[in-house]
Design a protein around this ligand. Structure first.
Ligand code: COA
Length: 360
């Protein structure tokens, strides 16, 4: 039996912080509303491209696994905010890392992209098609924000997380997975005019996330709840056997509702959304690495991932952690510094948008 063990992990959080107090200067909202309705206190805003965030997180993951980029057979790059569509972002990352032997694919399942990629790459390793995969969730969602829409702009942040999966004889890694997509719900969460439809009509790129928060909330709780129950049952486990629950970090109230629905224990949940908000595909690896750094991950633990996102996609993964909870190595690769605050970066983006509107 071949297992797909997590042997390396790395994350990259851009340094510029945008607090709820900063957002109060941009729109009619309040720290009190945001914290009580979502649990979010601040988020990071990137001064570099999505691929650069991914490069740093990936270099750290490879160093933690103690392998070279040439050893990677496949890069799965989960993102909804690719720097370019063609060629894909995974090939940009392949070049930046020097992963010359790797196949490279972008996976777009919105915020469920990391769970989809983790399950798919684990299955490829377990089937013997590949030996080593780099699974990356990386987003620069701030570039899609419309800072006049208070229902969406408060929710998101930028960041990247990466793991290395390697074939192993030891019983560790992926145990069970369940993926899906709620039919007839595509309109609930979308970025209109962000594809060929807009280009075909020669419309200028003027994008915003639009969504129906309450409808998504309900479907997210059901989708994640059902997926969690399915993977726990498939693994022949009970809820008490779970040691850590690492959910997509969209909203603390959604997480609490999912955990209540499956009869889980909030003490076992890893929450990072207060600091980083919803970073879409990167929220699970970022939270996993936070748990590792805090010593919450122990050898042999049963860990549950679950996520939902536009589509509406949903999924869950159950894994058994292996023996090692510390990195084998480190790298000094990091982001270029910036002296800009999150608010500086957002105000500059708003000014660029206004200037564009005035001249077009
Ligand atoms: N600041 C202040 N008030 C706000 C606000 C903000 N940022 N955003 C919305 N409101 C107002 C609304 O206008 C509404 O006012 P009204 O009652 O006068 O009409 C009121 O707050 C309640 O809005 P509602 O949409 O019912 O709030 P909610 O409790 O459902 O929370 C979300 C809204 C978006 C936080 C929540 O529904 C959610 O997290 N949904 C899913 C998020 C999601 O899709 N994430 C991306 C996919 S991973």
């Amino acid at each position: 039996m071949i297992y797909a063990d997590i042997t390396g992990w790395g994350r990259c959080l851009p340094p510029a912080v945008l607090t709820n107090a900063d957002i109060e200067t941009l729109m009619d909202t309040s720290n009190e509303w945001i914290v009580s309705r979502t649990g979010i206190q601040e988020r990071r805003i990137s001064h570099v491209t999505n691929a650069e965030l991914a490069r740093v997180a990936s270099a750290r993951a490879l160093a933690a696994a103690g392998i070279s980029a040439e050893q990677v057979d496949m890069i799965a790059f989960a993102t909804s905010t690719p720097d370019e569509c063609i060629p894909n972002t995974a090939s940009m990352l392949q070049n930046a890392l020097g992963a010359s032997n790797a196949a490279a694919v972008d996976i777009n399942a919105a915020c469920t992209g990391f769970v989809y990629s983790f399950n798919m790459m684990s299955d490829m390793i377990r089937a013997g098609s590949i030996k080593t995969a780099l699974v990356v969730g990386s987003e620069r969602l701030s570039s899609l924000m419309n800072w006049s829409l208070r229902e969406s702009a408060i929710l998101f942040g930028d960041g990247a997380g990466a793991i290395v999966l390697q074939a192993s004889d030891n019983e560790a890694g992926f145990v069970a997975g369940k993926l899906g997509c709620v039919p007839d719900t595509r309109e609930l969460l979308a970025v209109p005019d962000f594809g060929l439809d807009a280009i075909a009509q020669f419309r200028p790129l003027d994008v915003s996330i639009v969504f129906s928060g309450q409808e998504i909330f309900k479907k997210a709780v059901k989708g994640m709840g059902d997926a969690c129950e399915a993977v726990v049952a498939e693994a022949g486990l009970g809820l008490d056997d779970l040691d850590l629950i690492i959910p997509h970090q969209a909203n603390a109230r959604i997480v609490e509702a999912v955990v209540r629905r499956i009869g889980g224990d909030m003490d076992k949940v890893v929450l990072t959304l207060d600091k980083y908000a919803n970073t879409s595909t990167s929220s699970i690896p970022i939270a996993l690495i936070e748990a590792l750094e805090q010593g919450r991950v122990k050898p042999g633990m049963n860990i549950l991932f679950t996520a939902f996102g536009a589509g509406l996609t949903w999924g869950a993964s159950l894994l058994k952690w292996g023996e090692r909870v510390t990195p084998l190595g480190e790298t000094d690769i990091s982001l270029p510094p910036t002296d800009k605050t999150g608010l500086d970066l957002i105000n500059a983006a708003i000014a660029r948008r206004q200037a564009y509107e005035q001249t077009n």
